[in-house]
Every structure is written in structure tokens, then in C-alpha cells.
Ligand binder design. Structure first.
Ligand code: SF4
Length: 508
């Protein structure tokens, strides 16, 4: 049996039917849909064998598994499906390593949409984390193993002072590649472990190439960014493009093992081998995407993130990769295929962008940020991309005038195919603004409610007009509950909604 067992909550062990963007719904409130249905339809379990060993692991955990197997041997380390842990863990288990993506529901989507439509319930991710830890704590009391927790959301446990309650010995915040082997070695020897370890991988040769497949066929093509946005932790990592050979090895491992999709993990696809000044390297990008798309067995190639300034600066860079990505796209709406990616709009206020995100517009100037966003969306649409654009509400020091500039930008985007995703500001550990205050819906003025309603009205009109009548029918029944649960700021939301619905010809 395994001395080192790797696992995590159930929401981490699903490919969400290959729909990475629906995975965001795991940040939605837990009480709206019964868990039984969520488990069957939103996060169906990934495959695992009779020993509980998963076929496709979360990407970050697979990297750590590779390091630990190199260090301690393949027979000593395995990634186990969470619900199989009671059958796998026993007195031989010395360490359990966990990946936590959004354990307490404090990330952007969960914070925003659970407080907005939560009706008093915690996000789905937090519900699953609680169920997972209730089980793990019983096992730990019985067998006494050490628990080491990492992953992009591990900071939430330290922030909320829940480490002891969750019986976690060490929380790793940041990257695990350079510290995992030593940390697990100490744990195996029964030595005292540090409570919290903060680490950023500096030597990229320490990032291993996976040997087994991962969920979504994820393959990291770049790490870090360097544009310096104050709310973002990625900027603290040096910008780095992984070598083509390493990328292709991971693509092939996934393809050979039956993954239909390759998801290119990056903060911005145009950072791949980018030229000085954040200028896109269209030749390198085209070569990479062509090679990945022509790998036998790969039906879909998906990009996680992209950017506006790169395509405004060099529209040709988008033109050369779009036909290849269009051929391999997963996305379709009303019979029309399109390419998707998440791109940060952040704010329409040049003042705020200059204060916190001066580098975001590179290789162009931040002074023209709203124009760059509008022109960028147009260029993406011309190349069959319908991006998701995130907007941050309530950044520290944001004034009503800043919010009005964002509202203007939302208005300027009304004719474009872009999903507008308003999110509440979250001070993420590791970002420059990590000590700023969290923003609450209660503190948002009416202009913010108008932004939220306008964004979602836009999304419905552009992407799901067939649901408009159904939503109109449901709204009068939902609103009284909304007011009940949300009190005073529910009234504000109602006023904002009512004005907006009237303005758009809706009777309320
Ligand atoms: S451009 Fe994006 S990834 Fe880069 S620092 Fe800004 S928010 Fe982070």
C-alpha cells in the first residue's frame, strides 16, 4: 500500500464533461441544486481503477506526484479518488498530500455569485471541502498520518485560520516543485513540519514532465506574466515559456491515454515566446498550435486565457492561429462554432488601471485602455472568438466615477459577442494587494448593481435570447426570497434591476 497518498475534494476530481468554463459553476451556491444532481451532471467523477488510483489527475497534483515518485518510487505514491480514501488509507499511510482549488469558496467567482444569489448557502466547492475533511479527519485520528495541503486555493485556509480545525500539518502557498521532495521526506521521517511554506519555483528545470494523463488534457505552455497587475499573484512569477519539446511530450502523454482535449494553460496565450515589450511572437505561436492540433487523437484544443492589447498591436498574430483553433474548438452556440478564452477587462477607469495595472496594456499604452478593450473584442469577434471578459468591482480606492467609467465601457460593448463576467475584488495572498480589504455586496453602491445587471442582461440577449421569456416569468417569484435573504442591499439590487428592466422594455 502507498505511504504517500494524494487526493482532494470531489470537485477537483472531475473534468466537468470537458467543459472547463462550466467548472466555474462549482463556485456557485450549494443549496440551489441537490448534491446528488450536481455530482451526476456538474462534476461527474473521473475514472479510477479497483485500487482507487485515478486515470486522469488534476494537473498540479500530477506534477507533484511525478516529483514524489521520482524521489520515493512509483510503488510508494499514488493519486487516489477521494471517495476511495477510506479503503486505501491504513496504518502504512504516512502522508496525505492535497490539492485545494477553492476550498472555502473565497475565490472570485464563488465570492461574487454565492453572495449575489446564494440565499444563505456556501459555494459548492466549500460544501465538498467540508464533506472531504470530515472524512479525512476521522482517518487521521485513526491512523495519525501527516497532511500537507497545496494548490491555488490553499491560502484560504491560512487566511481564515482554519489550519488546526482542518487538521492540516503544512499549508503550501505558491509552487510546490522545489520544496515537495524535502517536505514529504521530513513527513515520512516523522520530523516536525513547518506550518506554512511559501514558495515560488525559480529553476524551471525543476518542473517535471508528467508521465500520466491529466484532467482536460491540461498542458502548461507559459508560467508567470510580469505585467505587474496589483491584484494578481501570477505577476510575482517570472515570465517563462516552456520548451516546445516538453510541451509536446505532455500533449502526447495525454493523447496516448485517451484525452480528447488539450487545454493550453497560460496567463495569456500571446506570452508564449513573446518578444521584448510583450510583443506577440506569431511564428512561434503558430508553430506550437499547429503541432499540438495535428497530434493524433486530439479533437479539441482549448486556450485558458488571452489578452486584448496583443491582438490590437498585432491582429495578424490572432489571424494565423484562429483557423487552427477554430477547427479544434469545443464550443458551439446555436449551431455556430466559436473559440473561447477568458480575458481580463478589469475596469473602464483609466485612473484605476494606471494605479493598479499600468503594465496591462503593454505593448500599448494604458491611457487608451477602454479603446483597446473595445477594439480588441472586435478583432476577436472577426476571428470567430467569443471571449469571456472579467470585470473587477470594488478595487481599493475605487470611486463612483471609476465605476461609471466601467458602466460606459459595458455600454460600448453591447453590440459585441463577449460574455461579461462581473466579479467582486478579492485580496489574493501572494498579490501586491493581498492586505487590502475584501469587498462585500453590502458596500456596493447602485452603480455597481447597474453594472452587474447590465452585464448579465447583455449575456442573455447575446448568448441565450431564448431564455429571456423564462427568466421574465421566474423573476417575480424569486425577488421576494432575494429581499428576504439579502436585506437592505437586496432592496438596492431590486431598484437597480427594476430600473434596468424597465429601460429595456421589461414589465416589473
Ligand atoms: S496581465 Fe493578467 S496575468 Fe498578467 S499580471 Fe495582469 S492580471 Fe496577472
Amino acid at each position: 500500500m502507498y505511504e504517500i497518498v494524494l487526493s482532494g475534494p470531489l470537485t477537483e476530481f472531475s473534468d466537468y464533461n470537458l467543459n472547463a468554463f462550466i467548472a466555474f459553476a462549482a463556485g456557485f451556491p450549494s443549496k440551489i441544486i441537490p448534491r446528488r444532481l450536481l455530482r451526476r451532471h456538474l462534476y461527474p467523477p473521473t475514472e479510477y481503477d479497483e485500487r482507487g488510483v485515478v486515470k486522469f489527475a488534476p494537473y498540479g497534483l500530477r506534477k507533484i506526484e511525478t516529483i514524489l515518485q521520482d524521489e520515493f518510487g512509483e510503488d510508494k505514491v499514488a493519486t487516489i479518488f477521494p471517495e476511495k480514501l477510506p479503503e486505501v488509507i491504513n496504518e502504512k499511510t504516512k502522508v496525505v498530500g492535497l490539492t485545494l482549488h477553492d476550498p472555502l469558496g473565497l475565490a472570485y467567482v464563488s465570492t461574487t455569485y454565492s453572495s449575489l444569489v446564494g440565499f444563505g448557502s456556501v459555494p459548492i466547492t466549500a460544501m465538498e471541502t467540508k464533506i472531504f475533511f470530515d472524512m479525512l479527519k476521522k482517518l487521521k485520528k485513526r491512523y495519525g498520518f501527516k497532511v500537507i495541503a497545496g494548490g491555488v486555493g490553499a491560502w484560504q485556509i491560512a487566511d481564515m485560520n482554519l489550519q488546526d480545525e482542518m487538521m492540516i500539518d503544512t499549508i503550501v502557498i505558491g509552487d510546490g516543485e522545489e520544496i515537495a521532495a524535502d517536505l514529504f521526506k521530513k513527513a515520512l521521517k516523522g520530523e516536525k513540519l513547518p506550518r506554512v511554506v511559501k514558495a515560488i519555483t525559480k529553476d524551471m528545470d525543476k518542473v517535471p514532465t508528467i508521465r500520466r494523463p491529466v484532467l482536460y488534457g491540461a498542458v502548461e505552455i507559459t508560467r508567470g506574466c510580469g505585467k505587474g497587475c496589483a491584484f494578481c499573484a501570477a505577476t510575482m512569477r517570472k515570465r517563462y515559456s516552456f520548451p516546445m519539446d516538453k510541451i509536446m511530450k505532455e500533449v502526447e502523454i495525454n493523447a496516448r491515454n485517451g484525452t480528447k482535449m488539450i487545454m493550453l494553460v497560460t496567463e495569456d496565450i500571446f506570452l508564449y515566446q513573446s518578444l521584448p515589450g510583450f510583443k506577440p511572437n506569431r511564428e512561434a505561436l503558430e508553430k506550437l498550435i499547429k503541432r499540438i492540433a495535428s497530434t493524433p487523437g486530439i479533437e479539441y484544443v482549448q486556450v485558458t486565457h488571452s489578452s486584448w492589447p496583443a491582438v490590437v498591436y498585432d491582429p495578424k498574430a490572432l489571424e494565423v492561429i484562429s483557423p487552427i483553433l477554430y477547427e479544434k474548438t469545443f464550443w458551439e452556440i446555436r449551431g455556430k462554432r466559436y473559440i473561447g478564452a477568458i480575458i481580463g477587462i478589469e475596469s473602464g477607469s483609466v485612473r484605476l488601471m494606471t494605479k493598479y495595472m499600468r503594465g496591462k496594456a503593454k505593448p500599448l499604452s494604458i491611457e487608451k485602455w477602454p479603446e483597446i478593450v473595445v477594439e480588441g473584442v472586435g478583432i476577436y469577434n472577426d476571428n470567430q472568438w467569443y471571449p469571456g471578459g472579467t470585470i473587477i468591482l470594488g478595487m481599493p480606492g475605487e470611486t463612483e466615477d471609476d465605476a461609471l467609467r466601467t458602466l460606459e465601457l459595458v455600454d460600448d460593448l453591447k453590440d459585441y459577442m463577449v460574455v461579461l463576467i462581473p466579479l467582486l475584488f478579492v485580496p489574493i495572498t501572494g498579490a501586491l494587494l493581498q492586505n487590502a480589504s475584501r469587498v462585500s455586496l453590502k458596500n456596493l453602491g447602485e452603480v455597481y448593481w447597474e453594472i452587474i445587471w447590465k452585464c448579465w442582461r447583455h449575456n442573455m440577449v447575446k448568448f441565450a435570447p431564448e431564455y429571456e421569456r423564462k427568466v421574465r416569468a421566474v423573476v417575480p417569484f424569486v425577488l421576494p426570497y432575494y429581499l428576504y435573504y439579502h436585506g437592505r442591499y437586496g432592496v438596492r439590487a431590486l431598484l437597480g434591476l427594476s430600473g434596468l428592466l424597465k429601460e429595456n422594455g421589461w414589465k416589473t
